[in-house]
Ligand binder design. Structure first.
Ligand SMILES: CCCCCCCCCC(=O)SCCNC(=O)CCNC(=O)[C@H](O)C(C)(C)COP(=O)(O)OP(=O)(O)OC[C@H]1O[C@@H](n2cnc3c(N)ncnc32)[C@H](O)[C@@H]1OP(=O)(O)O
Length: 178
């Protein structure tokens, strides 16, 4: 499997995909503020620094928010490397170690395969370094959708804001436009 010809190359820093996204958006104060860059092959590297806003047990990251971080990191491989709109159909997480507030999860997510509309991806999150101990593993099944998925089910005003922000970017947009 190869990245889309217009996919950003290895080393490229990826912009937040939507300012109000809980995973990556700058406008969400308590959001995860995940930052991502393209790796080699079909890999995207992301970091998530756990703050007090992300706690479940005192001093530890909430498992649901860790799952959110992996949804974002896995989804980023699909959106950026395949340049196809897709939504998460299934997300599985293995929590192997607690993730303390103040730590940074280094997530390596890779595309594993495509079968029709189904896109398979998996990821590993390591504590505080790319070679730190594995804290979380995840697998996701994404399903390609037409943009009508978002116009039918989403909020029109929010979608307009999203479109305007994407148009202002220098890079080419996805192949399928609304
Ligand atoms: C740069 C961009 C960065 C983006 C990062 C963002 C990351 C965050 C992404 C998200 O969180 S998206 C939000 C959470 N997900 C959703 O809201 C999706 C809600 N579900 C749906 O809208 C529909 O169920 C869905 C579009 C996924 C599928 O409905 P469809 O009617 O279009 O398709 P269909 O049900 O026929 O399924 C198509 C194929 O996928 C398979 N499939 C769908 N859902 C599945 C599932 N849950 N488990 C296993 N297989 C599934 C289904 O079996 C079938 O396989 P086959 O082609 O082999 O027959």
């Amino acid at each position: 499997m190869e990245p889309h010809p217009d996919a950003p190359g290895p080393g490229s820093k990826l912009p937040q995909h939507y300012e109000q996204c809980f995973g990556c958006g700058d406008e969400v104060d308590a959001g995860l503020h995940i930052r991502s860059a393209v790796g080699d092959g079909m890999v995207v590297h992301s970091t998530f620094t756990v703050t007090e806003a992300h706690q479940g047990a005192p001093g530890l990251a909430h498992g649901g928010l860790l799952a959110c971080a992996f949804d974002e990191a896995l989804g980023s491989t699909v959106g950026n490397l395949l340049r196809r709109p897709a939504v998460t159909g299934k997300l599985e997480t293995d929590f192997r170690r607690p993730v303390p507030v103040g730590s940074t999860l280094h997530i390596a997510a890779k595309l594993d395969g495509v079968a029709g509309r189904k896109i398979y991806a998996s990821a590993e999150g390591r504590l505080d370094a790319d070679d730190g101990p594995v804290a979380v593993r995840a697998r996701g099944l994404f399903v390609s959708v037409d943009f009508t998925h978002f116009t039918t089910h989403g909020d029109v005003n929010a979608l307009e804001k999203f479109r305007a922000a994407r148009k202002a970017r220098p890079e080419k947009d996805w192949d399928i436009n609304p």
